[in-house]
Design a binder for this molecule. Structure first.
Ligand code: FAD
Length: 624
């Protein structure tokens, strides 16, 4: 066996799988090395994908030719579009997945991707020669050579689990930790630190009294993650259930605080502020008498339920007693306890926007090891790292997404520019151009880019072309079709909208908030005929067109602002200024610019501590 590859990806988690599929699909001979082939794409925490801002990332991954959307749709057991009460910029798809099916779908994809090979083993060391990574050495003592390496080791690097006072070395429950890589990278000069995350206990559904809980049913319309017409959601749909903690729960939890690793000094590292443990919630929000919990099914053939909102590393007996105080969980049997985990991560300011490290050529980092949290954030990074690893092997322009292109662009720019001081998760508020980063148009934004680099195939590209054509045709129709008052006024008044005094175009009525294109079609037969004649994916295309029409003015304004601000992104900076010698820059600015070494003036302007006057100094220096 000849262990020579273009790209080696370490770790078959959410980042590693996307990285491996991307580089292989683009034509690189790729090897995915992972500790356990049966855990490919394992969801370490809850079996859910998407949610606010994260759902947009999954749509973006799909639009670029990645896999997470396909795997999620095929394993979905409850789908919902979140934030519907807000504008379309905020709509975010979310899905519960069947945990085992999720893994199976990943295994199927990986097994059928040309150029992609899998090796079950643990990487202990990178082979580095002349400042360049050239391969890896594994625990089985195998030396494998490659032109690029993508490291996506997740929470496994020096992982340490905590349940009360018990400390167990591991990368996830019942899985070994990984040693050697952090030590080697540290010795080369990489800055590393520790972070923490946690997960709740899992309950046997046969012991839950659902009659005491509120049922949350999923949605069964056309929405899904993948833009591909060949992918659908076919699994049986299941409900989630809502219940609450109460004062008794909080009293039980308080009894455990003395032995809580979070409060007795056992855990020192920082956890995700937005996903606090239940013990953190009762300490931080001491006046709150109850916290909402979601009981989420883990799969169609499973009795296992995940208690979302009850992440804990308290001693096992405290967790059990507290769970038994919750309405509907009085007799709950638990399958697995909650636990916390501490792990190593690397300061992401050590990376370029391609996710290649600045220190070692052709070495890429992606996922949780860059200080992020979440499957979607990991997968988005994996995709970009895999694409650029392929490009480094075969030539081409680095593939970088801007902040106005994608949430993935926002994510990576934030990481490499600002670094992290807590696990980074995506929020819509992190993006300055939310209205142009919608979930409905991720294909319009990104599929052409994916096609241009050879990741998007012909079929996906044709689907986009057909969507654009249908959209244009529909927009032309509603902008040109005239409506007379007598014809439409009864429809308008019955829908609470003011009657027309003069005729207008159909488009003017679509701008009204009371109804959409499909509602109007019921009153305007010509529009109904038009919609009926649309090809497949009618609902999806009509919805996306309606968003474009209703928000046209806002979208155009945001595009203009983005274009203006983009000017600074086009002024290259890296390698052009000796910051240490520019005394007109503040001391803080000099230090930050040396550390981050920004690629453009635009990136420099976003580094915390760089003031507008520092930016002006740089512009003057560059003769602007
Ligand atoms: C207990 C726990 C709770 C969590 N809670 C949340 C949460 O509430 N919310 C949230 O958003 N996220 C949570 N996460 C994080 C989420 O699981 C990660 O963000 C996501 O899985 C990261 O994906 P990844 O691909 O970077 O790494 P992982 O999914 O961890 O995958 C890493 C892969 O690398 C492999 N690997 C590691 N080292 C080596 C090596 N040396 N050689 C070969 N293979 C190796 C592993 O076997 C694994 O397959 C939690 C994680 C854990 C463990």
């Amino acid at each position: 066996m000849d262990f020579k590859y273009d790209v080696i990806v370490i770790g078959a988690g959410h980042a590693g799988n996307e990285a491996a599929c991307a580089s292989a699909n683009m034509g690189s001979k790729t090897l995915l090395i992972t500790m356990d082939m049966n855990k490919i794409g394992q969801m370490s925490c809850n079996p859910a994908v998407g949610g606010i801002a994260k759902g947009q990332i999954v749509r973006e991954i799909d639009a670029l030719g990645g896999q997470m959307g396909i795997v999620t749709d095929r394993s979905a057991i409850q789908f919902r579009m979140l934030n519907r009460s807000k504008g379309p910029a905020m709509w975010s798809p979310r899905s519960q997945s069947d945990r085992h099916q999720f893994i199976q779908e990943w295994i199927k994809i990986i097994a059928n991707t040309p150029n992609l090979y899998v090796w079950q083993d643990t990487v202990r060391q990178l082979i580095i020669e002349n400042g360049e990574v050239c391969g890896v050495v594994t625990a089985l003592g195998v030396e494998m050579r490659s032109k690029a390496v993508v490291l996506t080791a997740g929470t496994f690097l020096s992982g340490l689990l905590h349940i009360g006072k018990s400390q167990i070395v591991g990368g996830r429950i019942s899985e070994p930790a990984s040693f050697g890589l952090t030590e080697q990278l540290k010795s080369i000069g990489f800055a590393t630190d520790r972070m923490k995350t946690g997960t709740p206990a899992r309950i046997d559904g046969r012991t839950i009294d659902f009659s005491k809980m509120t049922e949350q049913i999923g949605e069964n319309d056309f929405h899904k993650f993948s833009f591909l017409d060949t992918v659908s959601r076919n699994l049986k749909q299941m409900s989630c259930w809502i219940t609450y903690t109460n004062e008794n729960t909080h009293d039980e939890l308080r009894t455990g605080l003395v032995d809580s690793p979070l409060y007795n000094g056992q855990i020192q590292s920082i956890g995700p502020r937005y996903c606090p443990s239940i013990e953190t919630k009762i300490v931080t929000f001491a006046d709150k008498l109850s916290h909402q919990l979601f009981l989420e099914p883990e799969g169609v053939d499973s009795q296992e339920y995940y208690i979302n909102g009850f992440s804990s590393s308290l001693p096992l007996d405290v967790q059990i007693r507290a769970i038994h105080t919750v309405s509907g969980l009085e007799n709950a049997q638990i399958y697995r306890p909650g636990y916390a985990i501490e792990y190593d991560f690397f300061d992401p300011t050590q990376l370029k926007h391609t996710l290649e490290t600045k220190l070692i050529n052709n070495l890429f980092f992606a996922g949780q090891i860059n200080g992020t949290t979440g499957y979607e954030e990991a997968a988005g990074q994996g995709l970009i790292a895999g694409i650029n690893a392929h490009i480094n092997c075969h030539g081409g322009k680095p593939f970088v997404l801007g902040r106005n292109d994608a949430y993935i662009g926002v994510l990576i720019d934030d990481l490499v520019t600002k670094g992290v001081d807590e696990p980074y998760r995506m929020f819509t508020s992190r993006a300055e151009y939310r209205l142009i980063l919608r979930q409905d148009d991720a294909d319009v934004r990104l599929t052409p880019l994916g096609y241009s680099i050879g990741l998007v195939d012909e079929h996906r590209n044709l689907l986009l072309q057909s969507k654009l054509k249908v959209q244009k045709d529909l927009i032309d129709f509603v902008k040109n079709y005239s409506i007379k008052p007598a014809y439409i006024n009864s429809f308008l008044s019955s829908n609470g909208s003011s009657e027309l005094k003069h005729g207008c175009k159909l488009h003017d009525l679509i701008l009204r908030p009371q109804f959409g294109i499909s509602d109007l079609a019921e009153a305007v037969p010509a529009l109904k005929d038009k919609l009926q004649a649309l090809p497949d994916r009618k609902d999806e295309i009509v919805e996306a067109t309606e968003v474009l029409l209703k928000y046209e003015g806002y979208i155009e304004r945001e595009k203009l602002i983005a274009e203006k601000l983009q000017r600074l992104e086009h002024i290259p900076l890296r390698g052009r200024v000796d910051y240490a010698s520019i005394l007109s820059l503040s001391t803080e600015a000099r230090q930050k610019l040396i550390k981050i070494d920004p690629e453009t003036i635009g990136q420099a302007s976003r580094i915390p501590g760089i003031s507008p006057s520092d930016v002006n100094v740089l512009l003057v220096l560059l003769g602007r």
